[in-house]
Structures are given as C-alpha cells and as structure tokens.
Design a protein around this ligand. Structure first.
Ligand code: HEC
Ligand code: HEC
Length: 299
C-alpha cells in the first residue's frame, strides 16, 4: 500500500483542473489520498446540517430570553414568559384536591345510608376508596380484601368485630392490639390443658364448619367451659371479644387440627394497625363504607 500525500506528485493529474483530481463518478474533488487505489472524496459539510445547527442555535437564543434558563447563584433567569412548571403542578394539584375535599367532606360525619343512595357521589368516592384501600390496606388484606393466613378476609360476611360501616370505622381508627386504646383481641394460651383434652378440642373445633362436631361429647363440654365465653355457644362467634366464629368456613389461622393445636398451645394475638393518626376521619369513614360493601361486591 502506498500512501501518497502530495497531489502535486501525482502522475496523471488533470491538465484542465491543475493539480485537482476530480472523481469521475461523483464529480467531487478528491483529497489526493490514495489507499491502494481507493481515493477519499473531498465532500463538503452537508448544507442541511449547517442549517440545522443554525436553527438550534437561534432557538437556544430565543429560549434563553423567553424561558427560565441560566442559574444566577441562588436564583435563575426567569425568562420573559415567566413559566414555572413547579407552580403549575402545585396549582393543578390544589384544584384536584379542592374537588376531592368537596365530596370527601360529606364523609366527615356521615349518614351512610343517605350517602349510599347518592349515585353521583358514589361514582367519585368508590374509585377513590379503592385506591386508598390499595395504598394502605391491600398489603395485608389483599387487593380485593380477600385476606390471607393471619389476615382476615374483609369481603365475606364473617366479621370479628362487625361489618356495619360505623363499627368498621372504629376498627380502622383504633386498630386491634396495636395501641393503648386499640380493640383488644387475644386468644389465650391453653398449654395448661391436658394434651388429650387439647387433642379432643382440636378434633371438635375442626369438625365445627362441617357441622359434624358431636354436641354432647366431652369435647363439647370442654368447649362450653373454656371457649364459649369468647367464641359463643357452639363456637358461633363472639363479636364483643373479636373472637372469630369457628363454625363458618372463613378462617384466620387455619381450622385443621394441626393449626388449632398450635393456636391452643401458643395463643394468638393478631395486630391491625391503628389509622387515626395516619388517615383523616373522613378518609377512615370512606374506607369503612367501602369495606362494608365488599361482601356484596364479591363476585
Ligand atoms: C399490617 C397489616 C394490616 C394492615 C396494613 C391493615 N390491616 Fe386490617 N387487620 C389486620 C389484622 C392482622 C387483623 C385481624 C386482627 C386480629 O387478629 O384480631 C385486621 C383486622 C381488620 C378489620 C376487622 C375485620 C373484622 O372482621 O371485624 C378491619 C375492618 C380491617 N382490618 C380493615 C383494614 C383497613 C380498612 C385497612 C387499611 C386502612 C387495614 N385493615 C390495614 C392487619 C392489617
Ligand atoms: C378470652 C377470649 C377467648 C377464649 C377464652 C378463647 N378464644 Fe379462641 N380466639 C379468641 C380470639 C380473640 C381469637 C382471634 C385471635 C386473633 O385475632 O389474633 C381466637 C382465635 C381462635 C382460633 C383461630 C381461628 C381461626 O380462624 O384461625 C381458634 C381455632 C380458637 N380461637 C379456638 C379456641 C378454643 C378451642 C378455645 C377454648 C379452649 C378458645 N379459642 C378460647 C379469643 C378467645
């Protein structure tokens, strides 16, 4: 490969163009560089790119004048238009919030039955309630409120404390076993019972949902003596102690014998956080109303 850098030395230079060598295909000058027969064209910088550069430069000058542009220490040049997207966002948010506070204020001291029959209000409130639920409650109770092990389902009609919106609002505000003024729900430890008695009780309780727990067995008597005070006669539930019904299919920790034996040996004390410090009273009432409608809404 020979690299010839001096076009003057080139043999066969065109007599009409002096020492310039014109590429016969494109008509452009060549730079005179020749790499083993491959020559480099001396193509001019594209005009369109020059124009684009010029336009962008002009735009930047206009933008500096009209829009916020240069930092000046603690401040910045605001531009003739005085645009402030931070303020625009705040204004937009305040406008949305004003509309929200408008309808939300009706939940401050609510007559739930009257609110439920206001279709226009419901159309705004229920989607907002669903979002509030997704943000604050779904992590434990599931997106649709269907619960999970240790976390009660809110979409069935089996309540620990009651499903009327007023009662649910109180549960949400106070929490359960969470703060000094919370609702208290404690399944005591029964490890002092004879293992045989615990086993008999576990078999009895496991049979309750199927309705095949013998009513006058020794285990039924044990249940009446030790458990009925909280769980109700025959285990039908005691809303005052937050003790679940043991006769339905809705379970908190499990109603097979192994889970019941574990419940009896170690006790249970589920914690539902208190929300009175985190949500406004109106939001709590809105959520309570939403939760109270979940069993009906369940497909
Ligand atoms: C950290 C997990 C957690 C979060 C978050 C949570 N909960 Fe709970 N919730 C529980 C547990 C656990 C219980 C059952 C407590 C018990 O075992 O007695 C419960 C119980 C309840 C009950 C009582 C159900 C009944 O049958 O009476 C309601 C109502 C409730 N939660 C609503 C809510 C709402 C509404 C939110 C959102 C603002 C929420 N929870 C957020 C864990 C949670
Ligand atoms: C002082 C009241 C109280 C007494 C007495 C009591 N329980 Fe409970 N029990 C509860 C409460 C409250 C819960 C719910 C605990 C929680 O929410 O974390 C519970 C939960 C349970 C569960 C779990 C239910 C589920 O859905 O997973 C079983 C099973 C159970 N109790 C059986 C018994 C048996 C059997 C006895 C009698 C030996 C008994 N309990 C006595 C209050 C009581």
């Amino acid at each position: 490969m020979t690299r010839i850098s001096d076009p003057h030395a080139l043999p066969g230079a065109d007599p009409h163009t002096g020492n310039r060598r014109i590429d016969p295909v494109t008509g452009y000058d060549t730079t005179g560089h020749d790499w083993g027969g491959i020559q480099e064209l001396n193509t001019p910088f594209p005009k369109i790119a020059t124009i684009a550069l010029l336009l962008t430069f002009l735009y930047s000058v206009v933008a500096w004048v009209l829009l916020p542009a240069w930092p000046t220490g603690r401040d910045y040049t605001r531009g003739l238009w005085g645009l402030d997207q931070g303020r625009m966002a705040r204004d937009g948010f305040q406008a949305v919030d004003a509309v929200r506070q408008g309808w939300l204020s009706r939940f401050i001291d609510p007559d739930f039955a009257a609110l439920a029959s206001d279709d226009l209000l419901m159309a705004q409130a229920m989607p907002a309630a669903a979002r509030l639920f997704a943000d604050n409650c779904a992590a434990c109770h599931g997106t649709s409120g269907s619960g999970g092990p240790g976390f009660p389902a809110l979409d069935d009609a089996d309540w620990l404390w009651g499903g009327e919106p007023e009662i649910v609002a109180e549960t949400i505000a106070l929490g359960i076993n969470a703060a000094d003024d919370s609702r208290v729900a404690e399944m005591p430890v029964f490890d002092w019972l004879e293992p045989a008695d615990r086993q008999a009780l576990a078999a009895y309780v496991a049979g309750l949902p199927q309705g095949n727990a013998p009513a006058d067995s020794p285990a039924a008597i044990l249940f009446a003596e030790n458990c009925a005070a909280c769980h109700g006669d025959g285990g039908t539930g005691g809303l005052l102690a937050g003790a679940p019904s043991l006769t339905d299919h809705s379970v908190l920790y499990g109603q097979d014998e192994a889970a019941i034996l574990s419940t009896l040996r170690h006790g249970r004390r589920g914690i539902m956080p208190a929300w009175s410090q985190r949500l406004s009273p109106a939001e709590i009432n809105l959520l309570a109303f939403y939760v109270s409608t979940l069993p009906e809404a369940k497909p």
